[in-house]
Design a protein around this ligand. Sequence first.
Ligand code: NAD
Length: 714
Amino acid sequence: MRLRTSVAVAMGETFFMCRPEFYGVEYVINPWMEGNVGRAHRPLARQQWDHLHAVLARQATVEVIEPIRGLPDMPFTANAGLVLGKGFIPAHFRFPQRQPEVMHFTEWFRHRGYRIIELPGQPTFEGEGDALFQPGEPLLWGGYGVRTSLQVYRELTDVVDVEIIPLRLVDQRFYHLDTCFCPLPDGRIVYYPDAFDHDSLAAITARIPPDSRCEVTSADALHFACNAIVVGRTYIANFVSEALRAQLAAWDFEVVISPLTEFILAGGAAKCLALRLHHAAAAEVAKATRSDATVSERVVEVQGHLLDSGLMNTVLDCVTDGGGSFEIGTFQPGLRHDQDSHARVRVTAPSPERLDAILGRLMGLGARVADDEVDARLEVVTHAGVAPTDFYSTTIFPTDVRVAGRWVRARGQRMDAALVVDDAGAVPRARCRLLRDLGIGDRVVCGVAGVRVHPPPASSATDGFRFMSAGVSSERRVELAVERVAWEMRRVRQRAGKIVIVAGPVVIHTGGGLHLASLIRRGYVQALLGGNGLATHDIEHATFGTSLGVDLRRGSPVPGGHQHHLKAINVVRACGGIADAVRQGVIRSGIMYECVTHQVPFALAGSIRDDGPLPETHMDLLAAQAEYARLIEGADMILMLASMLHAIGVGNMTPSGVRLICVDINAAVVTKLGDRGSLDATGIVTDVGLFLNLLDTSLATNGLHPEAPHDLHD
Ligand code: NAD
């Protein structure tokens, strides 16, 4: 290979370029190239490149590598690698079309005495296209997510003593960091916010104060205004809007436009065409103190029906959605339908906090962090009702905490709580506690180290019943589902188990009230949870025969019926409460009547839309939540009937292992319940009145087994 160097005016800065002799759009590896294959006009490209070269050569030294036939993207030298003093880290291109460029670039640098630094593991890395130094500061911005992998920045922390801030790119059009982010001297940047994910924007704004950040519009970004070469106080780009020009002028930069339309056909402009050989930041590298690695990684193990249940996809999506990246170390598929698969996955995240967040979610999916035999980190609560910042937030699944070398099972398992450890006694204890219940001095588990979660093993989707929630169930399927629920309810009651009903007022409007009352009467309900609406319309029906003013027997509105529910509330208030109204003979039928008569405890939680309310309705929501939690305790089965508000509320406070049946006409509501990740949940998409009618009939027809426990009524 013949290497040629041209040296222009030496001004302290040096760039590396490649003449576009063999340039062209010959394949598609980014959205810009789509539809442009064969459309680049090489002589015009050459003219544009010469202009850029001339502009640059007026201000800096430019070294040029001989182009190679058959490598049309070689002029985009910014992707050749990253230069660190006299060291060169070659690119490891994602797409095979560009991979042959590497040997030519590497040879050029080796020939000039550069030390070639190979990163272990060869993660994809597209050089200065993604890794950009902040001029004059020991700081490297690291783009990842489209071309370069996050792991690179983990490896780079062993090579370069500068702080690395990874930035995740989320728009394929801005596939390299230099297409949407341009660091400037004096700690300033020009960037296009929409190209980044939320956390990356937070990292940028945390680091660069508002008056040092210039956000460009999509018009600027799509014309490659951020893809600029900055030499001294000159900003060289294909395009710059008036607004951006004014901002740059205010910052004392002169803009030089160098049109590069032919290169934009391939998705690159000024910055892509020049690699910087000397960095002010790199010069300071030796002086900088070593910063802690922010890019963090852990290995997780996951086992189960990873393929047929789709769990493997969910796990990997969870990593990338959380801003991390993964590398599958081993994957052992189960070879038969009854065999588990097993995978070891290295998870990398831009910071320890984001790694913890990803691991927390993976643990909820059943993944186990490898080498987790460490004690949980405990931090003390200093403000009542406020957890330490990185507190571990619980799931519905049984959870162990490692305290003083032993694993302790947390008590009171529920979602969205903190884990409080009491290790004062001989046997350490752990308990889920709501944030508002945290007291000063409580020791709270922070991070995910020393925490193990035990979701039920992921099973294959063979049990059709449990997947009723997918789509609207046909009538026949609803009948079958009801049969199955009835069968389960009988079994629960035969062993004196506990069934809790959560119901909304729609139960009454659809005529399901009398069937629910029948279930209560016949001993299938051990606690009832609802709101003011359920009880109000039930009592309205018991006293006026209407629900929301509609005569339920005829299905037609009754004149003046809209006032019935208010009158019902008023009557109950006059009696002092629902129980008193039943005792005084004012309420003689219905759900609430059966609860009072058969001593089935109930809790009514208030809401902003409540009329009245009825005296029993808890308008103090904390008291309502506590009452709900008390009544759920020890439940074997919970039937949630047409109340999104109360069903989701109950779902959040119920540990896994409790059988949940959610009936709603809206598939989104039952899916939301299913999203708890619990296999104990079944959604049935149907009319709740019809469901209760069928259920009541089925339970009445088949009855209870003779050896049913005697606490059943009737
Ligand atoms: P919600 O929106 O949380 O739930 C209603 C659910 O019923 C929805 O998910 C909907 O899809 C579903 N649904 C509608 N028709 C259905 C049908 N035919 N079959 C099956 N599902 C059906 O509302 P909510 O739980 O009814 O009420 C929210 C709060 O407002 C509660 O606390 C309630 O007590 C209160 N509220 C008070 C009054 C009152 O005081 N007068 C009246 C109504 C509601």
